[in-house]
Write a protein that binds this ligand. Structure first.
Ligand SMILES: Nc1ncnc2c1ncn2[C@@H]1O[C@H](COP(=O)(O)OP(=O)(O)O)[C@@H](O)[C@H]1O
Length: 268
């Protein structure tokens, strides 16, 4: 109990709130239920969104992408959106309290609609966010996706989205031999149908210098977040080496295997 009080005090201070204000937020009915949550961790371009949306559909969870929440604020030109556009285009992270506010609004909205479990993609990204999440969600799995770094850059630069239907594609055709202990990677492109081909858009932060910066930011912030979930016994590492048809079934098998339960038992 004392440990929780200390945690609340620290998270509140870092989020610019008093402990009483944070407790009041956590005591809102939607927070009290401790939403069951899965989180997908990993660097930009690893495929968090691609696999999070497929797994969420397969398991009946709501897919919440922190990046999409942020982009929607920018698109709607809200006060917050106007404040953060430059930060996003520089490849830096938003202050924790901004992104936590967006997430809490989205979770409350989902709770009102009766959502019973969420799959978070792109949240948490800092130690403070991870600790805050554990105070209001029952994190059952943190899947830590990885992929060779040179592929991450190629995948980000080749991402496209149809401005009409919103579907995501990737024009990169990756075929890398194994090298220096790193696995071979074969990832064919995910090409748009003719109806979307003339309507493709590139994200403003998917340019070379911003992608490099986002990868650096991820390297600097990832370890403490992974450590928190490892200690909680819910971290599972998963290396991606192929395209969606090969990776998605392998991922589902990993999620269904007993290894997660064993991790939890070892941590207990
Ligand atoms: N959890 C978060 N904390 C702080 N900033 C975030 C968070 N999630 C998203 N953002 C902001 O939105 C941008 C885009 O996020 P996302 O679409 O998840 O990109 P990525 O491809 O880098 O994983 C990030 O570079 C960052 O500026």
């Amino acid at each position: 109990m004392l440990q929780r009080a200390k945690l609340i005090a620290r998270v509140a201070q870092e989020a610019g709130l008093t402990a009483a204000q944070l407790n009041a937020k956590l005591e809102q009915p939607s927070m009290l239920r401790r939403t069951p949550a899965w989180v997908f961790l990993g660097p930009p371009g690893v495929g968090k969104g691609t696999y999070a949306s497929r797994v969420a559909d397969a398991l009946g969870l709501a897919h919440i992408s922190a990046g999409d929440l942020v982009r929607e604020e920018i698109k709607q030109q809200t006060d917050l959106g106007q404040q953060v556009a430059t930060i996003v285009n520089q490849g830096n992270l938003l202050p924790d309290q901004y992104v936590m506010q967006l997430l809490q609004n989205r979770l409350s909205e989902g709770a009102r609609k009766g959502e019973e479990g969420v799959l978070l993609d792109g949240f948490p990204r800092t130690r403070n966010q991870a600790e805050a999440l554990l105070t209001f969600a029952d994190v059952q799995l943190a899947l830590n996706l990885s992929l060779r770094e040179e592929v991450l850059i190629a995948k980000c630069l080749a991402r496209r989205k149809c401005r009409d239907c919103g579907k995501n594609y990737n024009l990169a055709d990756i075929d890398l031999p194994a090298s220096e202990g790193k696995p071979a990677i074969r990832m064919p492109p995910l090409l748009p149908p003719a109806a979307c081909a003339a309507k493709l858009e590139t994200r403003s932060d998917d340019n070379f210098s911003t992608v490099k910066r986002r990868i650096e930011v991820h390297k600097a912030e990832a370890s403490p977040v992974e450590d928190i979930f490892r200690k909680a016994g819910v971290l599972s590492d998963f290396e991606i080496t192929g395209g969606i048809p090969e990776t998605f079934p392998r991922l589902l098998e990993t999620l269904q295997s007993g290894s997660l339960t064993q991790d939890r038992e070892q941590a207990a």
